[in-house]
Design a protein around this ligand. Structure first.
Ligand code: ANZ
Length: 915
């Protein structure tokens, strides 16, 4: 056997491992546990490129290492298999998304299988399979049946809320609820109809229906979450997104804002990841202040983080979507105002925030009364005030706030210089004089409270999450509408509510979601089901729990298994999930904890983001409006357009393989080329590796050409795991050389196994133990590239010493096995003739004694030839060394019968005897 036989032994071991199911883990064990998780993939049609496995290989090394250390390791991978691309493909081709998903998963599975990942296949599942999504639906029903008690800081059953209302009405309860939730007495509650009660409860449920302004993407025909919208365009597809008010299923994640924020403290996440979540949650401590409106019963509530600037207020701004806007408009210029409102109301919040230079507004005609000075201050409508943030109205302080200043300048409004910045002294206010801003703020909080003007208030930027999608390929929401059109949760015995078949995956002609096409799809043959489906993030919000007991039929996760496995010890994935997935799954986990289904609050103790692998993209220049391409150095002579070229058609010197390129696409088959001499050069650029940039390299091609282990080691050798790095093959031959050298320690040039049972020398032991110690430290630090260097040094040194000793080599193989899985198993079995699996061994104990350089080995030469190598403590004195040298039999052999002419001792280096 040798590296060149890798295909044979990789396949042989894959079959063996599968047949013997060697990676399966027990649900509960007496061993200590290590739960390691990868962000599971969405099985796209494009398959995996070399950028994807970087995290999978890193976690695999860690898992194997932990196994060798005696941990019971949970390492599994499923598929996040509901989602848009399969549905888009279904719309285009009529093929059921389940079929596309199946094909894609098979492709992924084949690709992953070749990388030798130690995944427990028994725990694999797909979010789109009934046995799984039935429990996603169950979580939804639990949320629907819960409300959030802010006083106790936990979710409770909705039945307890109903009971409270029956005796107390709505007063005195501190619940997370809609902003405009109604107040009522117990008597009123008990008089309400079922529909009215249902409407009220909706304002409290954690999964609820509500009119919300949503991001509507007409091209995709669905709503999108804020994190799915980037610069006003859909993350997927880049289509324009508009704001629309629609009735939607929502998740009351805002109830958990405080805990999501505070718990971050205890997590072993990077500072940047925590900061992203903190900003997304966006806690602001400030005050609500009430402004009376002149000649109007209404008052306006504003939110400010700078109440100490109250004396600088010269106008009030409300958002174009403010709830009292109609009562504030004076009739004189109503038309103009209405047109301003309708123009601005639907503008996306995100757009408004991004353009602070361009502030626009219009005067309502109404005035407010300053709560301290009593002055009249005009009320304006301004586009920079967000309807959905805080109270949707601000007190404008143009002397202190930049946006307010721009607005005041533009519309010639008064500017009062009360204070300019946080550090300025308050100068103009009669009772705050002499204080700095922070103390002034505290005094103002007290003042507004005692005078009944306002109160302290903490608000959050995070919004409740839209949960319904007008799409087909997702979990059906387990709700039906009864004869009064009251939304009701399905009884649990009805789960899973299966996705019905439809004739086509498009919305209906009257704009209802695709599920409306399933006409016979009714509960008890008469009640309509909810027609929207769950978003992509539903299935991924609890999958880490399901791995703990994936076969469970009676419960989403067995309590014992969840108690044993507890939170994920190590989670590896892409940083793009910082706000979406990592917040939603924390929210669901906290909720399930509140209901006592699991006993840990946070799902992921430690998260590490792997760096992205970048690709080298190639480009050709086409003269605009023609089918003629021009070689890169000539491009400036023409008006050209730069187009991606698949890197497969590029030669090593960046010239284009024209015939291959022509056969790539029909529109290129007739292309003309303006050459440089006989060559056509392309340009290149490093960018994200992605199918759409035609710069992907698949793991399969690397594994075929080199080996699975070369691929594994090379991915890790590219550089520190957390850093982005370009993919190139410059160093891959070095890894292959390493493997060739490794094999040669076991098998001589004639193909015979040369491992012997000789006792190792001190030096050999030092080499081995130094490597093992460095490698285990490096793995713990996730420094896989430097661990690989340590293996290289070790193999080089053992080669130099011609060390073929079992006692050394066996341990080397065990230490190497987390990295080079096939090679180590093959050598373990067929060169070392051991039984069993190398993964079931113990990580060799590291002997500290061999780590210190306390001993020196002296080559002892007699007449220029090394006749012995003797080991001495560094502390041994020269006379003692001399005595030992001359009494050693290998030396006596040469010195006994002659006289010694010279004895040369070079401390720390060598001993030379001339006879
Ligand atoms: C007066 C003031 C003076 C303010 C000053 C700031 C500086 P954060 O920290 O982001 O929460 N604001 C309040 N509600 C708003 C809304 N719906 N749309 C746009 N802006 C709004 O910011 C809070 C500050 O943003 C508040 O404090 C308010 O302006 C404004 F020198 O009040 B401030």
């Amino acid at each position: 056997m040798a590296l060149s036989d890798h295909k044979e032994f990789e396949e042989r071991w894959n079959n063996d491992w599968e047949q013997n199911d060697i990676y399966s883990t027990s649900d509960i064990s007496k061993q200590k546990k290590f739960y390691c998780l990868d962000m599971f993939p969405y099985p796209s049609g494009a398959g995996l490129h070399v950028g994807h496995p970087i995290g999978y290989i890193a976690t695999d090394i860690l898992c194997r290492f932990k196994r060798l250390q005696g941990y019971n390791v949970l390492h599994a991978m499923g598929f996040d298999s509901f989602g848009l691309p399969a549905e888009q493909y279904a719309i285009e081709t009529g093929q059921h998304p389940a079929i596309t998903t199946d094909i894609n998963i098979n492709n992924f599975t084949n690709q992953l299988r070749r990388m030798g990942l130690s995944l427990d296949k028994q725990r694999e599942f797909r979010t789109s399979e009934k046995a799984y999504y039935r429990w996603t639906q169950w979580v939804f029903i639990e949320l629907f049946n819960s409300w959030y008690d802010q006083e106790e800081g936990k979710a409770k059953s909705i039945a307890s809320l109903v009971e409270y209302f029956e005796y107390n009405g709505s007063s005195g309860i501190d619940a997370a609820k809609d902003n405009d939730a109604t107040e009522f007495t117990a008597a009123e509650w008990n008089e309400l109809s079922e529909i009215e009660q249902s409407d009220i409860l909706m304002q409290y449920r954690l999964a609820y229906l509500s009119y919300a302004t949503v991001n509507w993407c007409p091209q995709l025909g669905t709503v999108l979450a804020n994190d799915e919208v980037i610069d006003g365009l859909s993350e997927r597809g880049g289509y324009p997104v508009e704001r629309r008010k629609m009735k939607q299923w929502m998740m009351r994640i805002t109830a958990y804002a405080d805990r999501l924020l505070n718990n971050l403290e205890h997590l072993q996440w990077s500072d940047s990841l925590k900061e992203i979540q903190r900003n997304w949650i966006g806690r602001s401590e400030g005050a609500i202040i009430n402004f009376k409106v002149k000649d109007n019963k209404q008052h306006i509530e504003i939110f400010t983080t700078r109440p100490e600037t109250l004396f600088g207020v010269t106008f009030i701004c409300i958002s174009p979507g403010h709830k009292h806007i109609q009562t504030l408009i004076k009739n004189e210029n109503r038309e103009e105002i209405e047109s301003f409102i309708s123009k601005n109301e639907i503008l996306s919040e995100l757009e408004k925030i991004s353009d602070i230079n361009n502030v626009n507004g219009i005067f309502t005609g109404s005035y407010a009364v300053h709560p301290i000075t009593g002055k009249s201050i005009p009320i304006w409508i301004a586009d920079y005030v967000l309807a959905n943030y805080a109270s949707g109205a601000i007190m404008a302080v143009p002397g202190s706030d930049e946006r307010d200043k721009r607005f005041a300048d533009k519309y010639a409004l008064d500017i009062l210089h009360v204070m300019n910045s946080e550090s300025d002294e308050i100068i103009n206010s009669y009772f705050l004089n002499g204080n700095d801003a922070v103390r002034a703020r505290e005094k103002m909080f007290d003042y507004i409270k005692t005078n009944g003007i306002g109160k302290k208030q903490t608000i959050y930027k995070i919004r409740d999450a839209v949960f319904g999608r007008q799409r087909y390929w997702g979990e059906p929401i387990p709700i039906y509408y009864d004869e009064n059109n009251i939304p009701k949760a399905l009884p649990l015995t009805e789960l899973p509510l299966e996705l019905p078949n439809v004739d086509t995956y498009l919305p209906t002609a009257d704009g209802r979601p695709p599920l409306a096409r399933a006409k016979e799809w009714l509960y008890k043959g008469k009640y309509n089901y909810e027609l929207t489906t769950m978003p992509g993030w539903a299935g991924s919000s609890w999958y880490f729990l399901r791995y703990m007991s994936p076969a469970s039929d009676n419960v989403f996760v067995e309590k014992d298994a969840a108690t044993y496995w507890n939170s994920v010890d190590f989670y590896m994935g892409g940083s793009e999930h910082a706000t979406g997935h990592l917040l939603y799954s924390r929210f669901w986990n906290l909720f399930l904890y509140d209901l006592n289904h699991i006993d840990f609050e946070e799902p992921f103790k430690r998260i590490v983001n792997q760096g992205m692998i970048l690709g080298r993209s190639s480009f050709a220049y086409r003269i605009k409006g023609t089918n003629t391409f021009v070689s890169s150095n000539l491009k400036d002579k023409y008006d050209t357009q730069r187009l991606h070229v698949d890197v497969r058609y590029i030669n090593k010197d960046d010239t284009l393989n024209i015939s291959a390129f022509k056969s790539w696409r029909s529109d290129y088959s007739q292309s003309e080329f303006i050459m440089e001499g006989d060559k056509f050069y392309c340009d290149w650029q490093i960018e994200k590796m992605s199918k759409s940039k035609y710069n992907t390299i698949t793991p399969d091609e690397i594994i075929d050409k080199y080996s699975a282990d070369t691929f594994r080691l090379y991915e890790m050798f590219l550089g520190p795991i957390q850093q982005p790095k370009p993919w190139n093959l410059n160093g891959i031959e070095g890894i292959n050389k390493f493997f060739n050298k490794l094999w040669k320690l076991f098998i001589d040039n004639n193909g015979n196994i040369q491992v012997n049972d000789d006792a190792p020398t001190e030096e050999e032991l030092q080499i081995l133990h130094r490597m093992m110690s460095k490698v285990s430290d490096d793995i713990e630090r996730l420094s896989f590239n430097t661990a690989i260097t340590a293996f290289m040094i070790c193999v080089n040194e053992l080669t130099k010493l011609e060390c073929y000793k079992r006692e050394i080599l066996e341990k080397l193989i065990v230490a190497l096995s987390p990295f080079a899985v096939y090679t180590s198993q093959e050598i373990w079995t067929n060169s070392l003739f051991n039984s069993g699996y190398v993964i079931n061994q113990k990580y060799p104990e590291i002997n500290e004694e061999y780590l210190q350089n306390s001993k020196i080995e002296y080559p002892v030469m007699v007449n220029g030839k090394v006749r012995a190598r003797l080991l001495f403590d560094v502390s041994t004195d020269a006379d003692e060394i001399k005595k030992k040298v001359f009494s050693h039999p290998a030396i006596q052999k040469w010195t006994k019968s002659t006289s010694v002419k010279r004895y040369i001792f070079v401390p720390g280096k060598i001993i030379n005897i001339v006879v």
